[in-house]
Ligand binder design. Sequence first.
Ligand code: 13P
Length: 254
Amino acid sequence: MRKIIIAGNWKMFKTSFEAVELVNELKRTLSDVSEVDVVVCPPFTALAEVQDVLLETNIGVGAQNMYWEDSGAFTGEVSAPMIKAIGVQYVIIGHSERRQFFGETDATINKKIKAALKHQLTPIVCIGEVLAEREGGKTFDVIKTQLDGSLVNLTAAEIENIVLAYEPVWAIGTGKTASPAQAQEVHKFIREWLTKKFDAAIANKVRIQYGGSVKPENTAELMGQPDIDGALVGGASLKSDSFTAIVKNCLQVI
Ligand code: 13P
């Protein structure tokens, strides 16, 4: 069975002081949860301090982005070895906000995934359609193009070490969650793509998170779907009570 993985994407929220406050609370509220993998992804400025607080706990830490070169004249960028040196284990790659506001493409996302894997970071790779694409009946085409492009040239061994996150863009920060059936339909499509590209055994190992207005009230039903293996949580990950409730509500379906 795939272990559920709940990750909090804090986006551009929280100073390092506020971040430490939040993870100190999470360390207390979630210390007894081992059935679910829990990850927090603070901004770069809080990464080292958060990692220090969570050292030797059951809560993992992730960055929200990285560049694909190890070092060089790339002002403002942060590399995989720099993230790895802090002790961080995960990195979100290709979030729709990076695609939308910072020009990321499937090709650049593929380079980042490769670089993350080379440095033993687990990439959380985001894909998802915008509202016009869904309404135009293009959801599966868009997902297929994103999978084909961002996961090109990955080996079977590499694909087993990534987490995928299906985040319909129209559900992000809108309060408008995809229904469990809508999400499951796309997750199933993604797993079938993995089966065709690799094989069923590999497809069955890869965890696929859902993201987009996940909250405590809709967690159990979403996680109860056969191909939904976790959540990438934005807004509700910024408060310890809601993030804790999301993690604990997963226990209902395990
Ligand atoms: P919300 O949970 O705020 O909708 O954000 C989802 C998201 O973008 C997580 O990466």
